[in-house]
Every structure is written in C-alpha cells, then in structure tokens.
Write a protein that binds this ligand. Structure first.
Ligand code: SF4
Length: 354
C-alpha cells in the first residue's frame, strides 16, 4: 500500500492520528510545529517528538512527494524558479519573488494546463493532471524551507485554479490555518481565466481570498482569439460573476492584462479595458508579454508599455505595470517545464498535446 502524502493531511487529521497513538495532545502540536514553523523535511528531524510517534508517522505518511529537479535564480532580481518533479515523472513549477519585505510564492495547480492560451508556454506543452491539495501546499513548503517563508501567495503558476477548485480551496484552508502556514486570506490571490462555476464556488470559502481575472483582451472577439476558454465563458458571463464575488466577499478584484505589441494595446482597447475596470472598481495589473517561441506574438517596447498605462490612467482607470521578474531564467509560466519536455522523445510530447 502506498503511503499518503503528509501534505494532503490537515492539522485536524494529524491531531487525531497522534491522539490515536495514545500520545499527549501537545505531541501533535509539536509535530505540526516541526512541519510548518521549523519547516522540517523529514520525520527524523523532529527532535522533541518521541521516537515511537515518529516511527508511526513514517509508517503512515510520506514526507512530501515532490522532488526538487532544478532551481534557477535570476541574477537581476533574485526571483527563483523551482522545477519540481511529480511521482510519475512530469514537472511543475513554483516561483519565489522578493520585493523588499514582501515575499511572494507563486504556486501551480495543474501539471500543464488544458486552456491553451496563445501567449502561454504552459498551454503549448499540454495538460497531464490536476494536483492534489497536498501537492499545492508542498510547493510552498519547499519554497519556505529552501529560501524564506512567503508573506503572500498567488495561484498564478501552471494551470487554471478553478478547474481544480476543490483542491485549491483545501490548499487555501491549509495556508490560512493558524496551525499550518497561518497566512491571512487577504494575502492570497487566486487568478482565473474566467471559469464561472469556479468563481461561484470560490466565493463560498469560509475565509475568502482575493480574486484576479486574467483578462488580457477587453472584448470577446480578441479574447476568444487569445484565450479559447472565452468561447465557453464570454465576458457577459464572467463580468457578472466577478461582480457577485465582489458583493459576496467584499474583496477587491484585479484585472491581469498581458500587453502584446500590435495586438491588444490600441486606443480602442484601452477605452474598453478602462470601462471594465471602472465599472468593477478593479485595479489593472499590466505585464509585458514574456516571449514564447511558438506564439508568434511580440513584446512591446518600454515606451509602448508606458503609453498604454498612461492612456488607461487618463481614462480614469487604476493601472500599474508589474515589473517583469526573472526574465533571464525562463520565468514565463511553463517555460522551464517546456524545456524539460523538449528533452523527452518526440512521440511522448506529441501524445501530450490536445
Ligand atoms: S495562461 Fe493560465 S489558463 Fe492560460 S494556458 Fe497558461 S496556465 Fe492555462
């Protein structure tokens, strides 16, 4: 029988397991402390936990399932990207970003992604499977024990979070549990391409988190060209879902917008985008397109980026340009995994494409 991933087990279940061994209650708290505060990477490190309890834990659980395959640090801004191996051999990515006191962990939710957005390297490499809540939580544990514990978490790595909404919600519960990572939900942001039923389900989370919509085009025609999911969930379904989320949770919405030269940065696009932002009291996060070889799309110049932002501001929108982090380390979502897949045999890669 294969062992369960320790990170798939919540604090309550661990407490029950330790209590079932006949150990005193504080012993379970010690175990949790070692996992989440001391960021141990094996049961053997839990020095003040009785050996009998450590042995029982080891017989029941596996201390994580992800293998650290590769770690790249940007020479420019200390952004660090982790390529992590799943038990069956595929890879996922997690990213560490530091901005003064703010340390952000960017987590993946799927191995690959089925949504095939035109500007995204993950979309080109195909979809393998959803991650479990434990595999999501473990990414944060690896970042925290290798570098520093993140103060903020964004679900903006590989995959669409709201196509794996049950595991994402479970992982958020673990991230916000005071006995685990203990993060404030206000410091957690889930980014979606606009999966309407998922937005509705996420709103039911006991402690709601921030929501970001990966908008990237301000009208259905262009958005469907860049993001095929827009055919299933067009803007006249997504925007009302955002409004409901806002109403039910009181959280602020962010619109993510990748600037692509000659594509979505015309004056008319700025007018449409500013109108959506104003109507939803949303902030616009602009980020320049990070080159993806297969896409045929072009990165704007710094002047084009600044002009687009200024146009939005002149139209009354709250817009800012997010610094492109880790450009020297394949930091666009999915590029590190894509490179790994390229080293596999061609028939294997072809089988992965949808
Ligand atoms: S941008 Fe996000 S939703 Fe689109 S293919 Fe990439 S990972 Fe999937």
């Amino acid at each position: 029988m294969s062992l369960r991933n320790l990170f798939d087990v919540g604090p309550e279940e661990l407490r029950a397991f330790v209590a079932g061994l006949g150990a005193p209650r504080f012993c379970a708290e010690q175990v949790l402390h070692w996992i989440y505060r001391r960021r141990a990477d094996r049961f053997g490190a839990m020095a003040n936990v009785p050996a009998s309890v450590r042995r029982a834990l080891q017989a029941e659980y596996r201390f994580g399932v992800l293998a650290l395959l590769e770690r790249q640090q940007s020479g420019r801004d200390l952004t660090t990207k982790f390529l992590l191996g799943l038990p069956e051999g595929d890879g996922i990515e997690a990213v560490f970003m530091r901005d003064r006191d703010r340390v952000t962990g960017c987590l993946s939710v799927q191995a690959g992604c089925p949504l095939a957005c035109r500007f995204c390297a993950t979309g080109y490499a195909g979809f393998t499977r959803n991650l479990s809540a434990g595999e999501i939580v473990e990414q944060l544990h690896i970042i925290a024990r290798t570098l520093d514990p993140p103060t903020h978490v964004v679900y903006m790595g590989m995959g669409e979070p709201l196509l794996n909404v049950a595991a994402v919600m479970d992982s958020i519960r673990r991230l916000t549990d005071p006995a685990a990572f203990g993060l404030s939900p206000r410091r957690i942001t889930v980014s979606t391409a606009g999966i309407v039923p998922g937005i509705e389900r996420l709103a039911t989370l006991e402690r709601p988190v921030n929501l970001a919509l990966s908008l990237h085009a301000p009208n259905d025609a262009l958005r469907a060209e860049l993001m095929p999911i827009n055919r299933q969930y067009p803007l006249d379904r997504v925007i009302p879902a955002l409004k409901r989320y806002l109403r039910e949770t009181g959280r602020r919405i962010t619109l993510e917008y990748i600037m692509i030269a000659g594509c979505n940065m015309e004056a008319a696009h700025a007018a449409e985008l500013a109108a959506i932002a104003r109507e939803n009291a949303a902030r616009i996060n602009l980020v320049a397109f990070n080159p993806v070889r297969e896409s045929g799309l072009r990165t704007p110049s710094a002047e084009e980026e600044g002009a687009f932002r200024d146009r939005l501001r002149a139209l009354g929108a709250d817009a800012m340009i997010r610094f492109r982090r880790g450009r020297d380390i394949n930091a666009a979502c999915g590029q590190l995994r894509g490179r790994r897949l390229e080293t596999r045999s061609e028939p294997d890669r072809t089988a992965r494409r949808r």
